[in-house]
Design a protein around this ligand. Structure first.
Ligand code: ATP
Ligand code: MG
Ligand code: MG
Length: 551
């Protein structure tokens, strides 16, 4: 029997279900539509949708669009695409928090009637001053004791547009001496004469996040409202709003630690600057860790799921090594993808004793470790391309690849022996000459002699030229992500290498955007969904084959 230990959130849910606090589980992912989602959001999406699935419950996708200042609806579609791509299914449960403005207004009126909220004329600066500090209790606002009638009238007038932005706010009446500053009569509604993308000019007052969020959860009958740690000391206010607005059953907030990756830029501000400065090719540049970028780079939903599961859920803040993410994509693609031959830095190999103009087709396993992927046929002829680094004029010790007089195996084909080479005026090798031994054909069981090196190749007249993009971290790992002096990014000047003259097997001609492959010895690659065409193939390296990462 498999024993899988439950994370702390699952343990809490089990307890709630056992005690009958809730009879079923309902979770949500509540993004603000103000930017693209990144790997951290993927954690929240997979965690919330995963819990709903595990407990046979419901998962909601809710756009938290209550702040008319910050939203940009262009992000709604990209967020939906990303959430769906990760496999989180919200079914018909797609919501917009701005649809609850009426409910929120009613809740505010209810609080006023209960004597639990008041209209305050202090300025933002004064409110901050009166709020006190961690060491010092706050002071009551001089407007705190307004009568219910006066508060109702003033709030109504706020709604009707009688006051300018900032002139009046509605505050919860809680406790100005609470050790938790969030409980010191927080502002719950403010005046903002702004057009909202959904409700137009219907409202000129808007709820604050700490008031809106619990109501959104309660209206949707969310049971477990899972959020990140920075909201931990907002939880008393969350509970206060739910209780005083008399929602039953009450949703329950549970916090977990944000996901951080080492040597990766996640700050929106920084990414925006990289895009603006033209250092990266948009929000989906394959060196970024937005979900769109990870998808374009060739990561799969399965690999991200595996990664998030390995990270686990906890309350303690820590950074995860990017190498673990790479480990997950390798694991995911290992048996699923064909292993093709592609030459990234070509040099010609001429097999002098192979008849000119002749071609033979060799049977090749698509993936030796997974026979289900079948076989393909690849052409072999007199002129091939091999990697420049697989030939040396004067090899160092333990170099087992091609050099004058040495014999190697051409992967899936024959043994070839290097006979000579040609150079240009500068001494650069232009062509390597070899002879092949027809007896040594791969798959015939030839055992006459052994060679120590095997190199890959493609048949020159049949190969397709392609562009290959190799990536390194965007930031200089040695120096850390941010410059200690001025806060700027420590960029790695080698984060992108573009190889324009690569040769791939002809069988790639039908490949589509995001299709991925192993290029033997070179790594895993995918077709770039933005720039690749059937005429001009562009591949992104997802990850190399080697890794120092150990689980
Ligand atoms: P902001 O948009 O204000 O920068 P944000 O990045 O948290 O904040 P939201 O749109 O509010 O963006 O996030 C939606 C959800 O994703 C929230 O529940 C948030 O807690 C969660 N989330 C954001 N970043 C991470 C992270 N690094 N790890 C895990 N969850 C995260
Ligand atoms: Mg936020
Ligand atoms: Mg956000």
């Amino acid at each position: 029997e498999e024993t899988v230990s439950k994370n702390f959130i699952e343990q809490e849910i089990d307890k709630d279900l056992a005690e009958g606090v809730y009879s079923e589980v309902c979770t949500r992912f509540p993004p603000e539509p103000n930017g693209y989602l990144h790997i951290g959001h993927a954690k929240s999406i997979l965690l919330n949708s995963g819990l709903a699935k595990k407990y046979n419950g419901t998962f909601h996708l809710r756009f938290d669009d209550t702040n008319p200042m910050k939203e940009d609806m262009e992000f709604v579609e990209s967020i939906k695409e990303d959430v769906a791509w990760l496999g989180a299914d919200w079914k018909e449960h797609l919501y917009f928090a701005s649809d609850y403005f009426d409910v929120m207004y009613e809740c505010a009126v209810k609080l006023i009637k209960k004597g639990k909220a008041f209209v305050c004329d202090l300025t933002a600066d004064e409110i901050r001053e009166y709020r006190g500090t961690l060491k010092e209790p706050g002071k009551n606002s001089p407007y705190r004791d307004r009568s219910v009638e006066e508060n109702l009238q003033l709030f109504e007038e706020m709604k009707e547009g009688k006051y300018k932005d900032g002139e009046k706010v509605l505050r919860a009446k809680i406790d100005m001496s609470s050790p938790n500053i969030n409980m010191r009569d927080p502002v719950i509604y403010r005046v903002a004469h702004m057009t909202h993308h959904n409700t137009g000019d219907k409202w000129c007052i808007y709820p604050m996040y700490d008031f809106a969020h619990p109501i959104e959860d309660a209206v949707e009958k969310i049971t477990h409202s899972i959020c990140t740690l920075e909201f931990e000391d907002h939880r008393p206010l969350y509970d206060w709003v739910v209780k005083e607005c008399e929602f039953d059953p009450a949703p329950r907030q549970i916090e977990f630690a944000k996901l951080y990756l080492t040597n990766v830029v996640t700050g929106k501000r920084y990414i925006k600057k990289l895009v603006m400065d033209g250092i990266v090719d948009g929000w989906d540049d394959p060196r970024l860790v937005s979900i769109a970028a990870l998808r374009r780079r060739g990561f799969t939903p399965e690999s991200l799921k595996m990664f998030i599961e390995l990270c686990g859920v906890s309350k303690s803040q820590s950074s995860v090594d990017y190498a673990m993410l790479e480990y997950c994509i390798r694991e995911d693609l290992k048996l699923k993808k064909s292993r093709m031959m592609a030459v990234l830095d070509p040099i010609k190999l001429v097999i002098d004793n192979y008849p000119e103009g002749e071609v033979e087709y060799l049977d090749v396993d698509n993936n030796m470790e997974n026979p289900e992927l079948g076989k393909r046929q690849i052409p072999f002829c007199r002129e091939l391309y091999i990697e420049r680094e697989d030939f040396m004029i004067e090899p160092p010790k333990k170099y087992f690849r091609l050099f004058p007089g040495n014999e190697v195996r051409l992967m899936n084909a024959y043994f070839v022996k290097c006979e000579s080479f040609e150079t240009d005026a500068d001494g650069n090798v232009t062509v390597v000459h070899a002879t092949y031994d027809p007896e040594t054909k791969c798959g015939t069981g030839f055992t006459g002699r052994k060679v120590k090196g095997t190199i890959h190749w493609v048949a020159a007249p049949y190969a397709k030229q392609a562009e290959v993009r190799l990536y390194e971290n965007l930031v200089d790992e040695e120096k850390g992500v941010y410059n200690k002096e001025d806060g700027s990014l420590n960029l790695n000047p080698n984060s992108l290498t573009i190889l324009k003259e690569c040769y791939v097997e002809d069988s790639f001609k039908d490949a589509k955007g995001c299709d991925s492959f192993q290029f033997v010895r070179n790594g895993y690659f995918c077709i770039d969904s933005k720039d690749s065409t059937s005429e001009n193939l562009v591949f992104n390296r997802i990850v190399s084959l080697k890794s120092s990462f150990k689980l």
